[in-house]
Design a protein around this ligand. Structure first.
Ligand SMILES: Cc1cc2nc3c(=O)[nH]c(=O)nc-3n(C[C@H](O)[C@H](O)[C@H](O)COP(=O)(O)OP(=O)(O)OC[C@H]3O[C@@H](n4cnc5c(N)ncnc54)[C@H](O)[C@@H]3O)c2cc1C
Length: 453
């Protein structure tokens, strides 16, 4: 099998990480390797706010050369996060925390958490790509479809152009066109029922003391408000409410027209609506800084969160889905680590199976990756359901729930951490091609699960 031309569809975390990992693993084996990332946007997006990088995500990004680039960015490299602290806005009580510092304060595997702006991470990843001579970026390329033959894959873009390759990776996120137009058209994205109402602001606007070190999730009976610094010098705050918002309300907020015209009346009305909504959810918070943030944050944006159902098909003959395109689950501050795991694992498998049919590599990948992803999806769904509106519960029921939260959080955090660390894409055992127990029956026999020993 010759796989010298690789098309990566989508230039987000999964896409860029795949390019970096494939370049690293395949360059010694494929002298004429050419990897091209095709990205929908014309320029890197400044939207999306801040992202939390778990110790696992940091470890992977370091291996790909991204942390070094991020660290060159001064204050924009983000703030080190020792823990995500949980507070009740009803009692003001600290409910617990998700610890990233570990027992001895040295982190996990030497890494703690980090919160930075998404655009900073994107630019650091692109800077790492610039150091790979066989990887290039093409912006303004929206995937609209594709066809495969036994030997090649052709991808079509909305500007009428096309690209041919030996292999295509669908890394185009939750609404993936690679998935819905080619690989698994039945599996459409769906609204989770929860939206982020989010913004960034200067910390100096808040005069009340902040009750958290770097990051807090402040739970009320009507959702949770994340308040977090997102730069090294703690000058910038990222604020995001996780709130149940029904689809009808979503439509009425006209969030699309809001983005279209910065000064429009629609935008002014949308910000007012969102601020009013936040006042209803968190306006009586015991922490004065929360009340101040809601009033003083200049802008609010509605960011509806989508997911896809677990399961589904991940590959065809020459195309495989990675990251959110394959398994977008309710976010739990760690999905970026899953996208990085996908990229590193797939690159390692492909380098071991470089002389085998592509579908052998795809099947090995799925056999290793499916279960950890299904487990993560289940845990994320349980965690997500806790952000649903509980204002209809009786006062006693809500108080009991809050009272037991430190215990349930500790148990969940232990389980999640265990799960995240047990699966390490860098060291997971990859069966050698000689040890395989399957036989490819035909090109059409591709969706079936076959055992790998
Ligand atoms: C509100 C929210 C908050 C989150 N917070 C965190 C967090 O704090 N920590 C964390 O670890 N995870 C978080 N996640 C999850 C994390 O953002 C995703 O899991 C991660 O970004 C997945 O990376 P990806 O590359 O698969 O997809 P994406 O990051 O979505 O990237 C997809 C890329 O493909 C491009 N694209 C889309 N369609 C096309 C097309 N047709 N043609 C070409 N290109 C296309 C897009 O422009 C984009 O650049 C959060 C998710 C949400 C929704």
């Amino acid at each position: 099998m010759s796989i010298s031309t690789i098309l990566i569809l989508g230039g987000g975390i999964a896409g860029i990480a795949s390019a970096l990992a494939l370049s690293k693993e395949l360059t010694p084996l494929v002298p004429d390797l050419k990897i091209t990332i095709y990205e929908l946007r014309d320029i890197p997006s400044t939207s999306g706010g801040a992202i939390n990088l778990t110790p696992v995500a940091q470890r992977h990004l370091d291996q790909l050369g991204v942390i070094a680039e991020l660290d060159h960015m001064g204050p924009d490299a983000g703030v080190e996060v020792n823990a995500i602290e949980y507070y009740s806005t009803v009692t003001g009580r600290k409910l617990g925390c998700v610890d990233f510092a570990g027992k001895h304060g040295r982190g996990f595997g030497g890494y703690r958490g980090r919160r930075c702006m998404r655009i900073a991470l994107q630019l650091a990843m692109m800077a790492a790509v610039e150091k790979c001579p066989n990887v290039s970026f093409e912006f303004g390329k929206k995937v609209v479809g594709g066809i495969e033959t036994e030997k090649r894959v052709t991808i079509y873009f909305d500007d009428g152009s096309s690209a041919k390759g030996d292999l295509a990776l669908g890394c185009d996120g939750v609404h993936s066109a690679t998935r819905t137009k080619i690989v698994d058209p039945e599996r459409l994205s769906e609204y989770t029922g929860i939206s982020f109402i989010q913004s960034t602001m200067k910390a100096s606007l808040v005069t009340s003391p902040m009750h958290f070190e770097t990051t807090a999730l402040n739970k009320s009976r009507r959702g949770a408000l994340m308040t977090t610094f997102c730069d090294r010098d703690k000058e910038d705050l990222f604020v995001a409410a996780l709130a149940e918002v029904d689809a009808q309300n979503l439509a009425e907020t006209h969030w699309k027209s809001y983005w279209a015209d910065e000064s429009s009346r629609a935008k002014v009305m949308a910000v007012k609506r969102l601020r009013d909504d936040l006042r209803g959810r968190f306006g009586e918070a015991m922490q004065p800084c929360i009340r101040e943030i809601i009033e003083k944050c200049p802008d609010w944006f509605l960011y509806p969160v989508y997911q896809i159902q677990p399961g589904g098909k991940w590959f065809t003959e020459r195309i495989i889905l990675l990251g959110d395109a394959a398994h977008a689950m309710p976010p739990r501050d760690e999905s970026a680590a899953y996208a990085l795991d996908d990229a590193i694992l797939f690159a390692r498998i492909l380098s071991s199976y470089v002389y085998e049919p592509l579908t052998s590599a795809f099947r090995v990948y799925e056999s290793i990756r499916r279960k950890p992803i299904d487990d993560a999806y289940r845990d994320a769904s349980i965690h997500w359901s806790q952000h649903k509106d509980s204002s209809s519960r009786s006062g006693l029921s809500a108080r009991i729930n809050e009272w037991f939260m430190p215990w349930s959080m500790r148990a969940r955090a232990k389980k999640a951490k265990h799960g995240a660390w047990v699966f390490d894409a860098r060291s997971v055992n990859i069966p050698s091609p000689a040890a395989r127990s399957w036989k490819i029956e035909s090109w059409s026999d591709l969706g079936s699960t076959m055992s790998v020993q």
